[in-house]
Design a protein around this ligand. Structure first.
Ligand code: GLC
Length: 552
């Protein structure tokens, strides 16, 4: 790719995104729940980070069995968050500020309270009867959130499929009418002016014909061939792509358990149906499928995950880069250190923001929010945490199970954003819907705004640097010392310029290693997460990261 050419269709390559999970972002109307009024007031802040777009996790009406990922109306806004007029105001202001806006498109399933399902339940002879997947006899599939994947409905005398919770029945994408509905939803938001979609579990939407028995989710958690990357997936995505092409919008797909090999079909070649994909590989450097199995963090594993995707997509596809989102616990608590909170928070920013791809930053990540530890499982809200506690791990003793939840619950990403050190962390004027992390007096936006060396300001510096350099956007990636258990070292090269990124994941000082090709060459240190003083020559301080620039 030539460094200068950003054609109409690849504007997203230069961008970086900020993800909003609205319920916990900012409460603008004083009811303890984040909303679009809060978002409106924070748009300048988002812009100030140096990002170019916002991804909204679902804003639609939903009974909140899975906090918005169970939609009961695709063409409206949840009353907790505002209304369509307020959404339009947010959209217009975001656009005025130069921020693109993408919506979450959740089409593998709806809520069981969606009118389509309410009708479908009634029997096999109404217009919505084939909108969902009904069978007389269930197969052996397990759901990801609640026991078996089938639920019996006496009214209809049949079982419906739910890969996630019971309240999230899977849509029957093989039904052309359902696909027309999807296109109509897309057009609804695109006509309003949104710029694209993040597509939820998009690799699940086409199921294997005949729905044969498959490997159960446990213990063969490696893959779910029976409902992943199904036979018609690319046909269906091509139809949706067609809609997007009418609008110059872009699509990033979420691909749980996607391998590089299958991702290539989505991202490259004749079927290229998505612009980017969120892979989960690097999220498994300490645990498998969020709360299922917890392992000690392994840096080589993290590096391998990053590098494999970087190498495989070079010149062929484009990566979506992220370290946090609403489905994963906070990274400082996982891959960094609470003791070296500031240093590790900054290093973890640098370790992925300079990879090749479009970075996504999750609300609160930019100030180094950390995991919350609630005293009992009853305090947690997330359906998947509860499922892990009560079902997957029911044989373990309760203390061990709670410890797992502390380490891995999605709720750690869902505590209210810490705006300042006032009551309720400035998120709301009343008690928020969910617990505020007690560390808000130390970790909050207002405090970090005032501190030049804060994690917040480091994110700004990283994003500014990335944006300023074609090398950091289009340059080739190469990793060095892959087996090293403490350092992550990679470079990005384009023409006669290189950036060398060195990140220490160690709590102790470690020897600075540089690839041979850079030894003796003149370098400029362009970014570091420590002040200049106190540096021992040839060593990196705990969690130190350095970014050097070389020019021939
Ligand atoms: C995706 C979402 C997650 C949700 C699931 C089911 O993985 O990111 O939050 O629970 O899909 O919709």
């Amino acid at each position: 790719m030539n460094s200068q050419t950003v054609t109409k269709s690849d504007w997203y390559k230069k961008m970086s995104f900020y993800q909003i999970w609205i319920r916990s972002f900012a409460d603008g109307d004083g009811d303890g729940i984040g909303d679009l009024y809060g978002v409106y007031d924070k748009l300048e802040y988002i812009k100030s980070l140096g990002v170019d777009g916002i991804w909204f996790s679902p804003l639609y009406p939903s009974p909140n069995a899975d906090y918005g990922y169970d939609i009961s109306d695709y063409k409206d806004i949840h009353p907790d968050y505002g209304d369509l007029d307020q959404f339009r105001k947010v959209l217009d202001k975001a656009h005025e500020l130069g921020l693109k806006v993408i919506m979450d498109l959740v089409i593998n399933h709806t809520s069981d309270e969606h009118p389509w399902f309410i009708e479908s339940k009634k029997g096999a002879d109404n217009p919505y009867s084939d909108y969902y997947i009904w069978r007389d006899k269930p197969n052996n599939w397990d759901s990801l959130f609640e026991g078996k994947a089938w639920e019996y409905v006496p009214e209809r005398g049949q079982y419906y499929l739910h890969i996630f919770a019971k309240k999230q029945p899977d849509l029957n994408m093989d039904n052309p009418k359902v696909r027309e509905e999807v296109k109509s939803i897309m057009r609804f938001w695109l006509d309003m002016g949104v710029d694209g979609f993040r597509e939820d579990v998009i690799n699940f939407i086409s199921k294997k014909e005949g729905l044969p028995d498959g490997l159960p989710f446990l213990p063969a958690a490696k893959g779910m061939p029976h409902y992943k990357d199904g036979p018609h997936i690319h046909e269906y995505l091509a139809e949706f792509r067609q809609v997007c092409n009418e609008y110059d919008c872009f699509q990033v797909g979420e691909g749980p358990m996607t391998t590089i090999k299958t991702a290539m079909d989505y991202l490259t070649g004749p079927t290229k149906s998505l612009d980017m994909m969120f892979s989960f590989d690097h999220m498994m450097a300490d645990c498998f499928y969020t709360e299922y199995m917890h392992r000690p963090f392994s840096l080589p594993k993290l590096k391998k995950a990053f590098s494999s995707w970087q190498y495989a997509l070079e010149g062929k596809g484009w990566n979506a880069l992220y370290m946090e989102n609403h489905d994963h616990p906070r990274i400082i608590s996982r891959y960094g250190s609470h003791y070296y909170w500031k240093e590790s928070g900054k290093m973890l920013a640098a370790c992925y923001l300079f990879l090749k791809g479009t970075p996504f930053i999750y609300q609160g990540q930019e100030i180094g929010m950390t995991n919350i530890r609630l005293p009992s499982i009853e305090h947690y809200m997330d359906i998947s945490s509860k499922n892990n506690y009560y079902n997957y791990h029911k044989k373990e003793d309760p203390d061990k199970r709670l410890k797992r939840i502390h380490l891995s619950s999605r709720d750690s990403a869902r505590t209210p954003v810490q705006w300042d050190d006032s009551q309720y962390a400035g998120f709301s004027t009343v008690r928020p819907w969910f617990y505020v992390n007690p560390n808000y007096k130390k970790i909050n936006v207002a405090g970090e705004e005032k501190d030049e060396s804060s994690i917040l300001n480091f994110y700004r510096k990283c994003l500014k640097l990335r944006k300023s350099s074609d090398t950091l956007i289009y340059g080739k990636y190469k990793e060095y010392f892959p087996k090293d258990r403490q350092l992550y070292v990679y470079d990005r090269c384009l023409d006669n310029e290189s950036y060398l990124i060195i990140c220490s994941f160690s709590r102790l000082p470690v020897k600075l290693k540089r690839p041979d090709k850079y030894i003796g060459k003149k370098a400029r240190l362009v970014l570091c997460n420590y002040e200049k003083e106190g540096h021992i020559r040839g060593f990196l301080r705990p969690f130190e990261c350095r970014i050097y620039r070389y020019k021939d």
